[in-house]
Design a protein around this ligand. Structure first.
Ligand SMILES: *[C@@H]1O[C@H](CO)[C@@H](O)[C@H](O)[C@H]1NC(C)=O
Ligand SMILES: *[C@@H]1O[C@H](CO)[C@@H](O)[C@H](O)[C@H]1NC(C)=O
Ligand SMILES: *[C@@H]1O[C@H](CO)[C@@H](O)[C@H](O)[C@H]1NC(C)=O
Length: 436
């Protein structure tokens, strides 16, 4: 008891409360998440099921208890004639239970309390033991700056539709902000990909902590690059995914006339020349990959594009761009819009993406596949990586799909956050050491 009283003041500051709706997790009770063969695509549509991922080979899909038996019978019936095997894998037996478990520790986080020396030495890896509310994410960036005031500052890149500043952290060496070529890293474009915010913050924490500890590699990276990390580029969607619908992906743009569906896919809305093409995005406002009413129409893309353009036009210029997603364990580069036209520096990009995957695997054996987006996952148009590469002229333009390969998908247990941070930092270090 005595020791508790002595320790309590150090950890007294509580995490910011979440405003979760009463049925936040229970609306997913009994919902299964299944990996079904790609051959049942039309069936998934006819049941109106929510998709997590769609490939030629498989579709990851939510199946409510009320239609489960019918749906499985229909899959089996199709299977009777199919050439492809109709194996079905269970990702989540009860999504509601998985969501409760994922969020269980979210409010346990205790901010370090400032001493007379400020926060120096107090921000630690414990942040990476749980997922966090949006308010706590913003506080964490402030806490990082308070802990490492000589090498970090908070910045914003525009404002979301609902007025949330799109907030990031700028890391730099002894030359100060803006004195070296820029590296820009975005996370959680798709709201439900919570691990992306944590890994983006992990890059910031790892670089600052190692730089300050005198690690020669981290010192050389911060002396060579001006690094901008925005863990949550879709704050409206992220807050909605934490308070209303865990599986929300898009912005919260209101439905266009004639539709009742909210949201635009930020990663199909960039004003790259491919925005108008038929392949790699949807014109249906209800689709998860809806590209929006016009190229660059969303508030979020407007702010981010202006920021990237400014970086690209700065004296030091833009060196690397990375848009962090989950899941599938992939590390990819330009292009997304075409599978036939290679990027001008494709050989170099392929070598860097393969090197990232090998460096990451060296830590815990986690395997990532690598290559250009279009060949590695599927065609995407109006995407951020192609915009950063072609429009802003940033030569090293990448996108990871983080853990896992589908056992848990978007609802990745909190116990996998810290290992994801540590292994992905090894990949980032490979890039920073090997870009020309
Ligand atoms: C399976 O193939 C047979 C013979 O071609 C056809 O009559 C039947 O309708 C098919 N069943 C399904 C579910 O496609
Ligand atoms: C350097 O970063 C790694 C990866 O996050 C971390 O595990 C390690 O503790 C850091 N080292 C220091 C001295 O902070
Ligand atoms: C650089 O700035 C010029 C004008 O100031 C603008 O026309 C151009 O689009 C900018 N380039 C990028 C990559 O933003």
């Amino acid at each position: 008891m005595l020791s508790w009283l002595v320790l309590a003041p150090l950890t007294a500051v509580c995490a910011a409360a979440l405003q979760q709706s009463a049925d936040y997790a229970s609306k997913y009770d009994g919902v299964r998440v299944l990996r079904v063969p790609g051959a049942v695509d039309a069936l998934v549509n006819s049941y109106g099921l929510t998709r997590w991922d769609t490939r030629g080979t498989h579709i990851d899909v939510q199946v409510p208890a009320s239609v489960y038996d019918d749906f499985m019978n229909a899959v089996a019936t199709l299977g009777a004639n199919a050439t492809q095997t109709m194996d079905v894998m269970v990702m989540h037996e009860d999504l509601g239970a998985s969501i409760r478990e994922e969020s269980a520790g979210m409010l346990d986080y205790k901010r370090p309390e400032e001493s007379e020396e400020g926060l120096v030495g107090l921000v630690s890896e414990s942040w990476f033991l749980n997922y966090h509310s949006y308010a706590d994410h913003l506080q964490y960036l402030d806490d990082l700056v308070a802990t490492y005031p000589d090498n970090a500052a908070v910045f914003t890149s525009g404002t979301s539709l609902q007025g949330n500043p799109i907030t990031g952290i700028n890391l730099y060496g002894s030359g100060g902000s803006g004195s070296a070529p820029a590296v820009v890293i975005h996370g959680t474009v798709h709201a439900r990909e919570w691990i992306a915010a944590m890994v983006s913050e992990g890059f910031a924490y790892s670089l600052l902590a190692n730089y300050t500890a005198g690690d020669e590699e981290a010192i050389s990276y911060l002396e060579s690059y001006d690094i901008y990390i925005i863990p949550n580029v879709n704050p409206d969607g992220f807050i909605y995914s934490q308070e209303e619908e865990r599986m929300w992906r898009k912005t919260r743009d209101p439905p266009p006339s004639g539709s009742t569906c909210y949201g635009v896919d930020i990663n199909r809305n960039w004003a790259h020349a491919s925005w108008g093409q038929a392949r790699g995005a949807s014109t249906d406002p209800c689709a998860e990959d809806y590209k929006g009413a016009s190229a660059g129409s969303t508030a979020e893309v407007k702010g981010l594009a202006a920021f990237i353009d400014e970086i690209a036009n700065s004296t030091a210029g833009g060196k690397m761009y990375m848009d962090v997603h989950s899941y599938s364990q992939l590390f990819m580069s330009a292009y997304g819009w075409t599978c036939t036209q290679a990027a001008a520096n494709a050989a170099e990009l392929n070598s860097l993406t393969a090197g990232f995957a090998d460096a990451l695997a060296d830590v815990y054996g986690t395997r990532y596949d690598s290559g250009p987006i279009c060949q590695t996952i599927y065609p995407v148009s109006g995407d951020s990586v192609d915009y950063a590469y072609d429009n802003a002229g940033i030569p090293y333009s990448f996108t990871p799909e983080l853990r896992d390969t589908g056992r848990n998908g978007f609802v990745l247990p909190a116990s996998q956050i810290l290992p994801s941070v540590i292994e992905t930092y090894a990949g980032l270090k490979y890039l920073l050491a090997n870009m020309d």
